[in-house]
Design a protein around this ligand. Structure first.
Ligand SMILES: *[C@@H]1O[C@H](CO)[C@@H](O)[C@H](O)[C@H]1NC(C)=O
Ligand SMILES: *[C@@H]1O[C@H](CO)[C@@H](O)[C@H](O)[C@H]1NC(C)=O
Ligand SMILES: *[C@@H]1O[C@H](CO)[C@@H](O)[C@H](O)[C@H]1NC(C)=O
Ligand SMILES: *[C@@H]1O[C@H](CO)[C@@H](O)[C@H](O)[C@H]1NC(C)=O
Length: 358
């Protein structure tokens, strides 16, 4: 008797569990469901009661158990521009307008990150005429749904500074779904950048830093000659970077180890088509540019003679110390050998001989 009662109760509660806990739960979708989302993006929260008509139900939405619904008759809540503070666990509840039925949804966690950063890589970064170059644009932190846009740097000769204008690469107005773009038959030194976008309304990333592809090959329409003709120099000697080719006006550019590009005027003086460096010149990749042409590039190392001199100042006493130490040990060994064999009288002769042989 007791057993059947417990059995019946068990079945009853099992039914309640099945009814309330599983098949009849409401469903919460977040559209788009990218993770992470970024500050400034917008999403929709959609609550599905999974029974009857949407209009039969009232809806409420919560984040970390705090309600934020404004209109209970809508099964869709459109966010405004997200901020990091919108990260959290979201849930919705559907209440039937007539029957006393309440459906809780699954919980969906949403992460809003700061600002996405596109990072461009070029491979290879040094080319010979005819090589293909692959540009790759990755968005940090990684997230889905991006379209990518690719730009080429065009020197702006009208600006007195270092500026480039950027032209969208062919076929680029709708962007590419792939995060890489192949440049076929790359021949010249050139800079590139990328950005990404996604969503509706469209959300844009900023532009990536500009990355250069350096041409090692000779281009008769634009060439750089380094004088004196070598790639290792001292900052005390002046260096001439000579531009030649099909252009009346040239600029000499330098990219330092961090990829930061500055024109000749920042580290030398431009006379006609030649840039003569001054003491501000430092190691980097150098090349010539006109509005339409760009030359081969040269990776020049510039040593600071003060550093070289100061290291040799330390070197001299080190070598002297080592040599005299070794000589002392040899003398001592010779002395001990002779001392055991012969009497002390030969000692003075031995020392004299050793000193003379030095
Ligand atoms: C849901 O209800 C609305 C208004 O009550 C009606 O116009 C619509 O056709 C219904 N949809 C379905 C799928 O029954
Ligand atoms: C709530 O949403 C319904 C359906 O879209 C709309 O008809 C109604 O005007 C809204 N109410 C308020 C107070 O915004
Ligand atoms: C559904 O929402 C409407 C509008 O907020 C409200 O007037 C009505 O009382 C709600 N019905 C139920 C059953 O919660
Ligand atoms: C230039 O040469 C230096 C020294 O060999 C090297 O470390 C650096 O990576 C080179 N730069 C480029 C852009 O190839």
């Amino acid at each position: 008797m007791g057993h059947t009662l417990f059995g019946a109760l068990g079945l009853f509660s099992l039914n309640i569990l099945l009814y309330c806990g599983h098949a009849q739960d409401a469903l919460l979708h977040i559209e788009p469901n990218w993770s992470p989302l970024f500050t400034g993006e917008k999403v929709s929260f959609i609550c599905d009661s999974r029974e009857g008509n949407d209009t039969d139900w009232n809806y409420s939405f919560s984040r970390n158990d705090h309600l934020f619904t404004t209109n209970r008759t809508e099964n869709r809540y459109k966010s405004s521009s997200l901020t990091r503070g919108d990260s959290g666990e979201y849930q919705c509840v559907a209440d039937h307008k007539i029957r006393p039925v309440t459906r809780e949804s699954n919980k969906v966690s949403l992460t809003v990150s700061g600002v996405p950063r596109p990072v461009l890589t070029v491979s290879p970064s040094w080319t010979s005429p005819g090589d293909s170059v692959t540009l790759t644009c990755s968005v940090e932190p990684p997230s889905a749904g991006w379209r990518f846009f690719w730009y080429k740097a065009v020197p702006d000769m009208s600006s007195t500074n270092n500026y480039y204008t950027f032209e969208l690469l062919a076929g680029g107005t709708t962007g590419t779904e792939q995060d890489s773009y192949i440049l076929h038959g790359q021949t010249h030194t050139a800079g590139y950048k990328c950005r990404a976008e996604r969503g509706d309304p469209v959300f844009y990333t900023q532009y990536s830093d500009v990355k250069f592809v350096w041409s090692g090959g000779v281009n008769p329409a634009a060439s750089l000659t380094v004088s004196p003709h070598r790639l290792q120099h001292f900052s005390t000697e002046s260096l001439s970077l000579i531009c030649e080719g099909n252009s009346a006006e040239w600029r000499v550019k330098k990219a330092d180890e961090d990829g930061f590009v500055l024109p000749c005027s920042y580290w030398g003086e431009m006379t006609g088509s030649t840039c003569n460096t001054d003491t501000r010149a430092s190691s980097g990749v150098y090349w010539c540019e006109s509005e339409t042409q760009s030359s081969n590039a040269a990776n020049i190392t510039i040593h600071n003679p003060e550093e070289a001199a100061s290291s040799s100042v330390f070197l001299v006493p080190l070598v002297v110390g080592l040599v005299s130490g070794v000589l002392l040990i040899i003398l001592l060994l010779l002395f001990l050998r002779r001392y055991r064999k012969s009497e002390a009288s030969s000692l003075s002769r031995l020392v004299q001989a050793s000193l003379l042989s030095l």
